[in-house]
Write a new protein. Structure first.
Length: 77
């Protein structure tokens, strides 16, 4: 799951919490620009697998996806 921190009606950190209640193993990537509400450390404590700052560079996003999926494989092995 790739989500943004700032969305209408539900922030990315709240979405993360709700998703992990339903499916704790889901890999979540959180994207954000400058935020006083969330840091990479806070995001990781919530269960976010990868934290990506905007503006996004496709190579960085692709690497974050690969790392999140690799960790998923490692946990299920």
């Amino acid at each position: 799951m790739i989500t943004d921190m700032t969305m209408p009606n539900l922030t990315g950190d709240r979405l993360t919490q709700e998703l992990l209640k339903i499916r704790p193993e889901i890999p979540i990537i959180l994207c954000t620009g400058f935020s006083e509400r969330i840091t990479e450390e806070k995001a990781k404590k919530l269960g976010v697998r990868e934290f990506v700052m905007k503006p996004l560079v496709m190579k960085d996003l692709a690497q974050a996806i690969q790392r999140a999926l690799d960790r998923q494989k490692t946990k299920s092995s």
